[in-house]
Ligand binder design. Sequence first.
Ligand SMILES: Nc1ncnc2c1ncn2[C@@H]1O[C@H](COP(=O)(O)OP(=O)(O)OP(=O)(O)O)[C@@H](O)[C@H]1O
Length: 641
Amino acid sequence: MMYLGSPKKSPSGSTMRPAMEEHPVAPQRLRQNSLAQILARVVEEVKESISRDINGAELLYTLLNAPWLQSLLKVYECLQHYLRTSPRPYLPYASRLSMQIQADLSVGGYSPEARALFGLLRDPHLQALLLAHDMVAQKDYNPVLPPLPDDLPDEEEAMRIVCLVKNNQPLGATIRRDEATGEIFVARVIHGGLADRSGLLHAGDRLVEVNGHPVFGLEPEQIIQILAHCHGTIMFKVVPMTERPVNNQTMLYVRVMVDYSPEQDPTIPCVDAGVAFSKGDVLEIVDQTDALWWQAKKLPSTSACAGLIPSTNFLKRKQREMLWFQAYQPHTCLKALSTVDEEEDLIAIDEKCVETDEETFESEELREDEGDFSSNNSGVYMAGFRRSLRLSRRPGTQIAGTPHCPTNCCWDALETPYEEVVRYLRHPNDTHRVIALVGPSGVGVNELRKRLIEMNPQVYMGAVPHTTRPSRSHEESGREYHFISRELFENMAYNNRFVDYGEYRGHLYGTSMDAIKTVQDSGKICIIDIEPHAILSVRTHELRAYVIYIKPPVAECMRQTRKKSQITTNYYTSRYFKDEEYQEMEEVSKKIESQYCQFFDFVIVNNILQDARDQLLTAVKRAQEEPQWVPAAWIRPSAQN
Ligand SMILES: Nc1ncnc2c1ncn2[C@@H]1O[C@H](COP(=O)(O)OP(=O)(O)OP(=O)(O)O)[C@@H](O)[C@H]1O
């Protein structure tokens, strides 16, 4: 019986002493006190040593006075106190004693107190209590494991029995068969899945039984069938792998540059565990231990469970294989690369850039006569509102010695299927992020840019472009354009000083880095419009461009909203849109999207002009004031892409 208190006489006349006396605590208290005393003396001595300038004394004093050491002592004291006060049984067989007393008293002829005691001891509740007491006192705890068999072989492996309750979720583990031995192993455990959360199954564990079915020699599909028929609790018998690899990787966030569909990928170990993604999606990579298959979540994600994605090298390999063997073994898992058109694009990477230009060249033919123009609204000069730069691109207009596609963006997308990104919020002291508008010609890029600047010219501003054409009488260099010589222009282009440039009717036009920086240095937000292929030249640490794609609505909507809109066909004249131009705009838009959508930070469908302007305003504010995913290289120049 648990017993604490003053000594009492037992029925048999012996003295019942507190259990504490059987387990003397005085020496412990003594020890504890001595420890505290010793420590106090040491601290005092060390303190004196400090004044005597003894080497290391100060360090030791700090150490002995450290809060963690004090806390440790407190813990020690608490444990000692528990040891002193924890009750101990006086007898480990109280129920036997009770029965003995009952037997003695049953003879009869005793005092009323003895009869009352007899009644009490016969009470079933008290008997049950005494039985329970004896079990605790004898440390007779359940369950009792069966004794180990005597003939246990020395090399017997330790087994683990894992019970998981199957609910609607998948188990989150894959298995593989060792073809040489027929053994079944856990191939991988999906991060955040049921098996992972249990903490009991690990990649490399050998599976011995599933719900009592030995699995040795079975095909993985047969085991999956067994699992499929299991309901409720599933019991796995596994031999844990001895040396589990430590996953000490940190989270990695990436923006994907290709589309991927696990359903179309014959190499994926488990289609259901695959994560489908599209260009521009942001993934949180949680596990890169496997060389071929990483584990990731597509953001935003509410699920704790990750899925499988091809590793960078594996994805690149798939792309390369597709390039070489596409005629025989088309890989359809990389969706963006699966159509005949796009496969052709991949083989003729450079031609792709040129092809886009051919589209704009066709547009140009429609507007052959148009010129450039700037805008002077209520005394505010807005430079760079010209059609020529966006329309004038055609094959062969690039300046000698400079690549037409300045950053070779098409090739980058193949070489870097995952671009590492980080969450970035502009610091109020940082220059504003450049706002780069992209869209098919005629969609309303200039119109939206103009409207935004007009709303608040103190905040928004365009970059003054450079040109080699002669200035007109009303123009001032540095206001509408920077008028420079062809030689200087070519020199600037050669030195990559332009983010975008082109030639129109014998004159060169371009938006320079310096012009953008001038706007940034003035504290304003620089709004530029660029050709899609120039996106990568503004996605830099310096400019930190936020790319907004202006998308045309379907042709039918444009027919409605552009009824009264006119396109300027030369400096003085305008005309209404032609019906086929809507269709053409839609097609160009599809091409731009398929090639560049991974770089769009925001997309605005320019249907109702006012709505589109409001969306642009929201997007521009968001770019400056809210955290965004940006390439990690902008923040950590050492980050690998
Ligand atoms: N949402 C809209 N509703 C009606 N008209 C629009 C809309 N957006 C633009 N427009 C009109 O369409 C015409 C072409 O727009 P804008 O000049 O801005 O095109 P752009 O994209 O800059 O093309 P380009 O590069 O060829 O100049 C303009 O007259 C403009 O006012």
